[in-house]
Design a binder for this molecule. Structure first.
Ligand SMILES: Cc1ncc(COP(=O)(O)O)c(C=O)c1O
Length: 410
């Protein structure tokens, strides 16, 4: 255990901590620890830092009167929105709203934002089913007993090795789920592509078609309705698994054909790191997804959607904070920086450079570096031999890179 964690460990489970951070000493892309080590931060606080540590513009903003006031008067946004809330939303999240979506529901974290999307999908499907009529007395009574018809057996379909925080839809690692009750929701296969891509075009196409067929069969098979599917543009937590636009376009067509809503979880892929502000822009869909979920780099979480998926009654999709004005001010500043300095385009340039280097290493050391893949700076490679993998990770840390070293056994 890290010595300086002793005090914390007595009062909070700190077994996942990698280092104790010197916040003041961390600057830009470099994180400093309490022992004075300065590391190039390629892990970015679990992919949640967009414009570096102690950005001077953000520090200035944090000294402003509006920030100070918001920090000591946190509003319950759904009930008491402050005067500048509409303007703040327009200047921040709505400035980069995915094409075709014009509503934003702000939230505290990625898991909550996904749950908000699930709730909105369930409410939408049931509203359509009852023909936009009011609830029946039976529905209102039975939901309090967790019984149908008020609590219907509708489902969210997710993909193998997907991660969404919400446990019934998460499929990445057993350690997140074991011992916890889950809904019986369907899981579809996610393509297992072969690399290099250009040498495996035919195989990968048939693999993606297989997964699309399986997804549609699953949707049709369940006796109760699949209300929505949820998918990540790149499965991050599940091992950096990619699919091509053909797969995602196919998913959109399947959801349209079967009256199922599509939730794109951009919690980890959003805010420019893949070379576009939203990773799903790479797919060039004919119709936008029904929901796009964000968090992490944007500091504040939330869900983009359309008026059609706003529930007919208030207070149904609701919680106390519904986000935080401070985080929205922070997002506004960061979004402006990302757009003004073309940081998404820069991610493509830097990413290509990095991938080129990794591909060279892969040619020289194929057993150590394989399956080089990525979009923008969202890049990965495999190292099949776990002993060598651990050595590489340790050596990177010793050479000044802040990377996460969790070697999941399950
Ligand atoms: C794709 C994805 N969705 C949802 C979540 C959950 O977000 P949070 O940890 O903010 O609840 C994560 C977290 O890693 C994620 O990567």
């Amino acid at each position: 255990m890290i010595k300086s964690l002793g005090r914390l460990g007595k009062i909070q489970d700190s077994r996942s901590a990698m280092l104790v951070q010197d916040i003041e000493g961390s600057v830009g892309n470099y994180i400093k620890d309490v022992d004075g080590n300065v590391l190039l931060d390629v892990y970015c606080q679990i992919a949640s830092i967009a414009i570096g540590y102690n950005n001077p513009g953000l520090l200035n903003l944090a000294r402003s009167e509006k920030w100070v006031r918001a920090s000591v008067n946190r509003p319950a946004l759904g009930v008491f929105p402050p005067t500048d809330w509409a303007e703040t939303l327009e200047n921040s999240f709505l400035r980069v709203a995915p094409k075709g979506l014009n509503q934003v529901f702000t939230a505290g974290c990625g898991s909550t934002a996904n749950e908000i999307a699930f709730k909105a999908a369930f409410m939408y499907q049931q509203t359509v089913r009852r023909g936009n009529k009011d609830f029946t007395a039976e529905e209102l009574e039975s939901c309090l007993l967790n019984e149908a018809p008020g609590s219907p057996d509708t489902k969210i379909l997710s993909f193998r090795t997907g991660f969404h925080g919400t446990l019934s839809a998460t499929r990445s690692k057993s350690i997140h789920k074991v011992d916890i009750p889950s809904f019986s929701w369907p899981v579809a296969p996610f393509p297992d592509l072969r690399y290099p891509l250009h040498e495996n075009v035919e195989y990968n196409h048939s693999e993606e078609s297989r997964c699309l067929d399986a997804t549609e069969k699953l949707i049709k098979k369940w006796d109760s309705q699949v209300a929505a599917i949820i998918v990540e543009p790149i499965q991050g937590e599940g091992g950096d698994n990619h699919a091509t636009p053909y797969f995602f376009k196919g998913l959109r067509e399947i959801t349209k054909r079967n009256n199922v809503l599509m939730i794109v979880d951009e919690v980890q892929t959003g805010a420019g790191c893949t070379g576009k502000f939203w990773a799903h822009e790479h797919w060039e869909l004919d119709t936008p997804p029904d929901f796009v979920v964000f968090s992490k780099r944007l500091q504040s979480a939330g869900v983009y959607h359309n008026l059609s998926t706003r529930p007919p009654q208030p207070f149904r999709n609701f919680n106390t904070w519904m986000g935080d004005p401070i985080r929205a001010y922070q997002a506004e500043f960061m979004i402006n920086e990302i757009l003004t300095h073309n940081l998404a385009e820069n991610a493509t340039v830097v990413g290509e450079y990095l991938k080129e280097g990794l591909n060279k290493l892969s040619t020289l050391y194929p057993t150590q570096v394989s399956k080089v893949r990525g979009q923008g700076t969202f890049i990965a490679f495999d190292c099949e031999n776990t002993e060598i993998r651990d050595k590489i990770a340790l050596s990177m840390r010793q050479h000044g890179y802040d990377i996460l070293m969790i070697f999941h056994k399950i």
